[in-house]
Ligand binder design. Structure first.
Ligand code: FAD
Length: 590
């Protein structure tokens, strides 16, 4: 995996041109791009190591990823590859403290996530240049960077089931750019998904022609970051970092915790780190670039003296620059749904039936079967239709009208398993011999906003994460309407083999549905915007449109925390895009 020449020497203070803090999704992408210049040196500081070594098949095989401790219980942990964060009690979610998965590994959350790859909508991205005052962020300009990061492989129709025909537009990609990240479709199309697609059509959600060209309304067999050469996870580590290690002098400081960004006269000059208890400094001749993710980038800023003044002063942290927006403006999606026993085989069988699991493993050895897919296949997006809208209050309709016309409000997902509160690993399984399936709904135009703060000046103490899930009244109304859409899908497909399992037929009134949603919602792990990009006159902005932190020099933040908006759907494409864009800015001296 790691060439010896790419290993940083832990414990010895050193200097590089660019010091990258966080070897995650965006981190390894920008590190690899900068290291491509043989005239500069790049060091990456990452708190953990390689997920292939530390967690093995559970991280590598797409079908096992979904089962990897992604539940909501604080006990449902995987300390090998996860930070094991837990939110504050969520008033909008029945006061539950919800465990929030985050990758602690080279690759970061791209070594942990469920591999869905698609892009947001043109109208949603237009909010970005509007917010930051830079036309470089229009869809047309961003498309270059989306394309640069990845390489598309067409579905293998000899291996995918005939019921899973994919519709896509190859011109949304440009393979001549040879982007490192593999985008493809699994060699398996879930039977549940193929039925649910019929259900989507029956309720008025037709097939989308493509989900990577700036439009989302409709259903799709969604593209994934799965390497088609062996049907394994492709992360920023297996794509960008592996390529950089083979061709550049990039240095990786693994198992190394960033403790503080160091400043002299408001100029960032390095990072204080520890590796196995040894503390030393990695200095930057040019820039420190922070990509510790949506929870820990604001944490590192605050412990280093950049953030809300009152918070820092209360912890005895010397203020370098007061920026009240650090840790604020958090956007996120939540998900909930309706579950049935079904007459097609789903992933629940793999967990409860040993012979089915062994068969799936044997198929995976041939790069076929359900383990090549991350637990689902079809997704759909929509603005709620007229009959659903008629149930919403005028306040909610007014709030929703702030989103552009092409920004869907609801995402529906066909999940090959049980979507419940996921309070424990066993919550996902029922050993009654049935297969179970879920039609999930996620809020992708949320109005609730959360925040992140600190209670310690030490980055080893977890940040305080408060997503404020479902606290905005409009979100609660949309959630009920979205849940009813999920139920409508089931009513239009004939594969159920028993009554609704969750929440169950007795849950009927809006109040009962909302209570079920509050007690069962799970996160989709899409948090963003806690160090939001904006204009200099925006007091809540943390970075400018070149990702430079306001009020200091030689410091940028370039991960999901800087998105001024969370575009609808799944955000990893944006993480690679922003890394490519800012790498370009840096190379061109912006
Ligand atoms: C379970 C799960 C499923 C998901 N599914 C999908 C999906 O299917 N599709 C999709 O598009 N998105 C998905 N997401 C969201 C997506 O993965 C994230 O939005 C994205 O990866 C975030 O990238 P990032 O670069 O901002 O942060 P990360 O990739 O999380 O990187 C941050 C890095 O910084 C490191 N770090 C943090 N603090 C320190 C420190 N003090 N010192 C050293 N290193 C540090 C971390 O270990 C990590 O490697 C999912 C996320 C999760 C957790």
């Amino acid at each position: 995996l790691l060439g010896v020449t790419n290993l940083g020497a832990p414990g010895i203070s050193c200097t590089h041109d660019y010091v990258i803090v966080g070897g995650g999704t965006s981190g390894l992408a920008i590190a690899a791009r900068l290291a491509g210049n043989p005239l500069v040196t790049v060091a990456v500081i990452e708190a953990a190591g390689f997920y292939e070594i530390e967690n093995g098949a559970g991280s590598i095989i797409p079908g096992l990823a979904a089962a990897q401790n992604t539940g909501t219980s604080p006990n449902d942990t995987n300390a090998l590859i996860d930070w094991n964060f837990v939110t504050t009690p969520q008033t909008g979610a029945a006061n539950r403290k919800i465990r929030y998965a985050r990758g602690k590994t080279l690759g970061g959350s791209s070594g942990r996530h469920l591999m869905v790859y698609h892009r947001g909508t043109k109208g949603s991205y237009q909010k970005w240049p509007d917010a930051v005052g830079d036309s470089g962020y229009t869809w047309d300009n961003l498309l270059t960077y989306f394309k640069r990061s990845c390489f598309l492989t067409a579905p293998d129709t000899s291996k995918r089931n005939a019921n899973g025909t994919v519709s896509y537009d190859p011109s949304s990609f440009d393979n001549s750019l040879a982007g490192p990240l593999q985008v493809s479709w699994p060699n398996w199309a879930s039977p549940l998904s193929s039925w649910v697609v019929k259900g989507f059509t029956a309720i008025g959600i037709n097939a989308a022609s493509d989900v990577n060209s700036g439009s989302l309304n409709g259903s799709s067999w969604v593209s994934t970051t799965i390497n088609p050469s062996d049907e394994t996870r492709d992360s920023s580590q297996t794509s960008f970092l592996d390529a950089a290690m083979a061709t550049t002098s990039i240095k990786i400081y693994q198992q190394t915790m960033a403790k503080k960004i160091l400043f002299k006269n408001r100029v960032a000059y390095g990072v204080l780190v520890t590796t196995f208890g040894i503390t030393y400094t990695i200095s930057a001749r040019k820039e420190v670039i922070l990509l510790a993710g949506v929870f820990q980038s604001p944490q590192l800023l605050m412990v280093s003296g950049i953030g809300p003044q009152a918070t820092m002063k209360s912890l005895g942290i010397t203020v370098i620059k007061g920026l009240p927006g650090v840790g604020q403006n958090m956007w996120d999606h939540v998900m909930f749904g309706s579950v049935y026993p079904v007459g097609v085989v789903t992933a629940t069988r793999l967990v409860t039936d040993t012979s089915a699991a062994l068969e799936a493993l044997a198929e995976f050895a041939l790069q076929e079967g359900p383990l090549t897919a991350p637990g689902f296949g079809a997704l759909a997006w929509e603005k709620l239709p007229a009959d659903s809208r008629s149930t919403l209050s005028s306040q909610t309709l007014t709030a929703l009208s702030t989103f552009p016309a092409d920004w869907p409000e609801v995402e529906c997902l066909a999940l090959d398993g049980i979507l419940g509160p996921w309070g424990s690993a066993s919550d996902k399984n029922v050993s009654d011999g049935n297969s179970y399936g879920s039609v999930a709904a996620a809020l992708v135009a949320p109005l609730s906003q959360g925040n992140v703060t600190i209670t310690s000046a030490d980055t080893s103490v977890a940040p305080v994460i408060n997503p404020n899930f479902l606290t905005h009244p409009a979100d609660a109304e949309v959630a009920v309407a979205a849940f009813k859409r999920a139920r409508q899908v089931w009513q239009n497909i004939n594969i159920t083999v028993g009554p609704e399992y969750l929440p169950g037929p007795s849950v009927q009134t809006d109040a009962e549905i909302l209570q079920f949603i509050r007690t069962s919602l799970v996160q989709v792990w899409h948090a963003s915007s806690t160090c939001a990009m904006g204009q200099a006159n925006d007091t809540m902005a943390v970075v400018d449109s070149t990702a430079k932190v306001f009020g200091v020099s030689n410091l940028r933040v370039v991960d999901a925390s800087i998105f001024p908006i969370l575009s609808p759907g799944h955000p990893q494409s944006n993480c690679y895009m922003i890394a490519e864009k800012i790498a370009d800015d840096i190379k061109s001296g912006r």
